[in-house]
Design a protein around this ligand. Structure first.
Ligand SMILES: Nc1ncnc2c1ncn2[C@@H]1O[C@H](COP(=O)(O)OP(=O)(O)O)[C@@H](O)[C@H]1O
Ligand SMILES: [Mg+2]
Length: 468
């Protein structure tokens, strides 16, 4: 499974859409705020400056006190005034001006609008000089303008910062809230991706909540589409499950129906054999073949029927089974039936109780032993071992025959898998390719498992059954 899906990125994680949205909204608000702050500050500066210039104009007498710029109250500290009459200059100020400052002031040439100069010992000053009808100079400190400006800029900066922070928090909340349904959708999709859809009746019991599948918004539409997709998947799986069930039922019915005619064929063959002496030789041979093949077919039909039953509803007769005794009997049977191989046994001296269906478990071990007999040459050693391991009885059948051909190993537990048919036919006429499929199905029904380990010259089948 995809590990990205198993561990979804947290909502505000690196590179997520939500994070990008928040970052962009915050950046936009920050940009606007800064531009706004800059414009406000500039405008304020200009207004204050123009107001001060107006006061200077009033002071030199160019404007009425009740003119555009309001009364020129020039009694404030920092005012400098020089009136010149008949070659003498009268300086009026509360400041302590040095000679250099006085010289700088007198050097200012008359103009229609005030000019800014750096006055020695006093800082920046706005100065306005007129000569008509007589010499008049007024000057006001620029700090009258810059001081309120500074506090205004500080205020603006603080406000801007607060606004950016507020925008960030609000964007985060909004984005989180609007993407929350998407996160729930991700969670649902992750859940679906962990469902074992390859078996079972095809139910997909997960849906996005109706509130998250509201087609009125984009995320809701995704949710609705997701639910439709799941409906579709569920329907398809259910249809497949139904047709599989039908096929299984058909195989079970067909196998069942074949039993009776097969029994008749075998019965008639046996009946005919009683008068064997009167039969021509080739008819006797044909009769032998009929018997052998109908036996093989009966075995095949029984295997198919058993598999069909294990598929549909595995009805096991579970009870405590003494596996030690069962393995001992199975190996004794094999030894009695076949003296061409060396059958050895390695079992504990106490009983091992497994929770199993005794007939089925016996069939499984018998199948493994039969394989060790029919797929190995004479003289092969077959060792059967029993042990326990973590709540399981472990039975293994190991032989030093040719081993299971590599090309069929991956599918050896599937139905009708067997090595090259022509080769097998020579060895044994009873190969159906169902033996190991039955082993696997029975073990699965028991909640156990079967595994194969094989190389050329060696094959080991191991089954694990839960202990009682
Ligand atoms: N002990 C074994 N050694 C070598 N090959 C084996 C062994 N057991 C099984 N096989 C291979 O696995 C195939 C499938 O086995 P099985 O399902 O029992 O079918 P069958 O025995 O009817 O052929 C066999 O045809 C054979 O090729
Ligand atoms: Mg077999």
């Amino acid at each position: 499974m995809n590990s990205d899906l198993a561990q979804p990125t947290p909502p505000m994680g690196k590179g997520t859409l939500s994070r990008q949205l928040v970052a962009r909204v915050t950046a936009l608000v920050a940009l606007l705020t800064v531009v706004l702050a800059l414009f406000t500050s500039l405008a304020t500066y200009q207004i204050l400056q123009r107001e001060q210039d107006g006061r200077l104009q009033v002071a030199v007498g160019r404007l009425n006190p009740d003119g555009d710029h309001g009364p020129g109250d020039l009694t404030g500290s920092g005012l400098i005034r020089i009136d010149g009459r008949n070659g003498t200059y009268l300086l009026t100020t509360t400041l302590n001006l040095n000679h250099e400052a006085e010289r700088q002031l007198l050097a200012v040439s008359p103009s229609a609008t005030p000019v800014t100069i750096r006055l020695d010992g006093q800082g920046l000053y706005r100065v306005l000089v007129k000569t008509q009808p007589s010499y008049t100079l007024v000057a006001l400190p620029l700090s009258d303008v810059t001081k309120p400006m500074t506090s205004q800029v500080v205020m603006t900066l603080l406000l801007s910062a607060a606004m950016i922070l507020a925008a960030f928090l609000a964007a985060r909340r909004v984005v989180e809230a609007s993407l929350r349904p998407l996160n729930r959708l991700t969670a649902a999709a992750t859940q679906v991706s962990t469902l074992p859809l390859d078996h079972g009746d095809g139910q997909v019991p997960i849906r996005v909540a109706p509130g998250d599948a509201n087609p009125g918004n984009e995320v809701g539409r995704v949710g609705a589409a997701f639910n439709h997709m799941l409906d579709n998947v569920e329907n398809a799986l259910a249809a497949r499950h139904r047709s599989e069930t039908k096929v299984r039922q058909f195989v079970a019915d067909a196998s069942h129906e074949l039993r009776n005619p097969l029994a008749s064929i075998r019965g008639y063959a046996e009946l005919t054999r009683r008068s064997e002496e009167q039969l021509p030789q080739d008819a006797a041979y044909a009769l032998g073949r009929i018997e052998a093949e109908s036996d093989r077919m009966s075995a095949l039909v029984e295997d198919l029927l058993l598999l069909a039953r294990l598929d549909s509803q595995p009805t096991l007769d579970l009870q405590p089974v003494d596996v030690t005794e069962m393995v001992l009997n199975a190996v004794s049977d094999a030894r009695a039936a076949d003296s061409d191989r060396r059958w050895s046994l390695n079992i504990p001296d106490h009983e091992v109780l497994a929770s199993a269906d005794p007939n089925r478990l016996h069939q499984v071990v018998a199948n493994l032993l039969a394989n060790a007999r029919s797929h190995t040459p004479a003289g092969t050693s077959v060792e059967t071992e029993l042990s326990t391991d973590g709540g399981f009885a472990v039975i293994s059948v190991t032989d030093n025959g040719p081993g299971v051909p590599t090309e069929i190993q991956p599918t050896v537990f599937e139905r009708f898998t067997r090595a090259d048919v022509s080769r097998v036919r020579q060895d044994s006429g009873s190969s159906t390719g169902l033996g190991l499929a039955i082993v696997a199905a029975v073990m699965k029904a028991h909640g156990g498992e079967v595994s194969l380990d094989s190389q050329p010259g060696y094959a080991r089948f191991t089954i694990r059954v839960p202990l009682a």
